[in-house]
Each structure stands twice: as C-alpha cells, then as structure tokens.
Design a protein around this ligand. Structure first.
Ligand code: A2P
Length: 269
C-alpha cells in the first residue's frame, strides 16, 4: 500500500484527545449511545461533562456531553440525541467503530456529589438524554458510601426511549462487584408520558401527586434528608427547581454545597 495516496487525517487540536469509537448502539431513531477509548490522562468526577465531537472541515465541532460511564471504566460512554439537521448530531449519529471522536481535556460540571450536603437519599431525576450523568453516578461505589438510598427516575416520551433500562433492572443488580453495593439501595423508577405505561406521567406530576413516594414506599421530599440532582430539558429543570424550592431545597454549586443541583441535558441539536 502506498501511504502517500492516503488523505492525511486532520490533526487533533491540543485541547482534545482523539479517541477511537469501540461500540455504537441505536436505541431509537432519536437516541443512540457510543463508547470510545479513554486516554489514561483523562480524569473526571462522576456526573461531569466534557466537550465531545468530531473534526469537521478541519475544525473541531463539539458540544457538551456528560460522561455516561463510571470513572473506573477503561472506556468512555456517551448518550446522544439525533437531530437530522443538528450541526453535530446529524454527523455524530453516523459514527462507526474505528472512527475518531474528540474528547475535550477539561471535564467540569455541577452534578457531582461534592456539591451536595450529606443526606440519606439521593434522587437522580432525568428526562431524555439527561440520564447520562446518572448512568455514571449510579455505578460509582462512593455514591453508595455517601447515601443510604439512590433513586434513578427517568422520564421519556415512549417506552422504547428508556435507554439502559436493562442496566438498572438486570445488569447492575447481577453485577459481580456492584451487585452487592447497590443491593437494597438502588431504585429505578422509569416513567413514560406519551403512551400507556405502568408509571405514566411527567416526573413533576408524579412528585406533586405523591405517586413516586407511594410507589417507592418512602416519605415525600424533605430537605433535611433528601438530596436531588436534576438533568433534563430547560422546561423540566425549571419546573423541578420551582417544585424543590417551594419545599425548602437550596441549590448547591462548586462554591457552596446545597440540597439540590441542576444541569441541563445539553445537546438538543
Ligand atoms: P411530555 O411528553 O409530556 O412533553 P423530550 O423528549 O421532549 O426531551 O422529553 C422527554 C420527557 O420530558 C418527556 O416525557 C416529556 O413529557 C418530559 N417533559 C417535558 N417538559 C417537561 C417539564 N416541564 N417537566 C417535566 N417533564 C417534562
């Protein structure tokens, strides 16, 4: 083979690692996951995001994506929406095993346990791809040292969009090491809004009516014991924030821990 006739791969800008895609899974026509290699120098805290994307026309085309994999995983995983005319996701949805993706070298974010005061129950409330940071946190042994109970509540339009449902319902409880750690502590609470499902309705409604607390057999939100992380659309975050603040919760940040933290599920295009 004559190397001289192969087009040169575009150089990876210094702010990024160039990583190789190792796995792609399409959940629906709107939602997919992919995994890639991870540079040993890439460190992050569970719940953080990084700038992720592709080289396009010789330049990085990136958006903020939460790491969906736990910090101890050798690889990185991401969960993404697919928007046919979205600048990045119209391209990213076609990545295949062996392709190169860009991973920004500086992960950051507010959905980290350090931003929460100690508490008993950690509530991870997500809509759509907002589940991503919680896929990381729910597999982090340290989270179960800090909290007695961890609830992952995921609301989507259709049942098919309950990405990683099997992870919560089967794989994690059966996991060789994590199984014991999550046993009796982790609860998964899926809900669906646009078709019949055993738990139907928006998370806001399920909280307001008290249905989620009754179903899980736990007391209603109390800022003395409960800690909440929110990750969804702008509207979901706004409505959940209002609901929490009316119940006495206070937002935490990297400067001052609080009783809840929030971040939007960034990529919508
Ligand atoms: P709905 O079907 O009633 O709009 P999307 O796919 O548009 O990001 O939505 C994901 C999920 O978030 C859907 O189930 C949607 O419910 C729900 N949702 C949208 N807006 C809000 C909100 N303001 N509060 C709570 N859930 C919301």
């Amino acid at each position: 083979m004559n190397d001289a006739i192969l087009p040169a791969a575009p150089a990876i800008p210094a702010a990024y690692f160039g990583e190789r895609v190792t796995w792609v899974h399409h959940w629906t026509e709107r939602l997919f996951s992919f995994r890639c290699t991870r540079d040993t120098g890439f460190r992050f805290r569970a719940g953080e995001f990084a700038m992720i994307g592709l080289m396009a026309n010789g330049k990085p085309l990136v958006r903020a994506y939460s790491m969906a994999s736990p910090t101890w995983d050798e690889e990185l995983e991401f969960l993404s929406i697919k928007v046919q005319d979205g600048p990045l996701t119209s391209r990213l949805q076609h990545v295949a095993v062996g392709d190169t993706v860009l991973v920004g070298r500086k992960p950051t974010g507010t959905l980290v346990t350090d931003n929460l005061l100690p508490g008993r129950t950690l509530w991870l409330l997500a809509t759509g791809t907002g589940l991503a940071p919680f896929l990381s946190l729910a597999r982090e042994p340290d989270v179960y040292d800090r909290f007695d109970k961890v609830v992952v509540a995921h609301t989507v339009r259709e049942e098919r969009e309950l990405a990683h449902r099997a992870l919560f319902e089967h794989d994690l409880p059966a996991h060789e090491f994590l199984g014991e750690i999550v046993a009796g502590k982790l609860a998964y609470y899926p809900s669906v809004t646009r078709e019949p499902f055993r738990t139907q309705g928006r998370i806001t409604t399920l909280i307001e009516t008290g249905r989620i607390f009754a179903d899980l057999g736990v007391p209603a939100f109390d800022p003395a014991h409960d800690r909440v992380m929110l990750c969804g659309s702008e509207a979901m975050n706004r409505d959940c924030k209002a609901l929490l603040e009316s119940r006495g919760f206070a937002e935490g940040s990297n400067n001052a821990p609080g009783t809840y933290v929030v971040e939007k599920a960034f990529v919508t295009k």
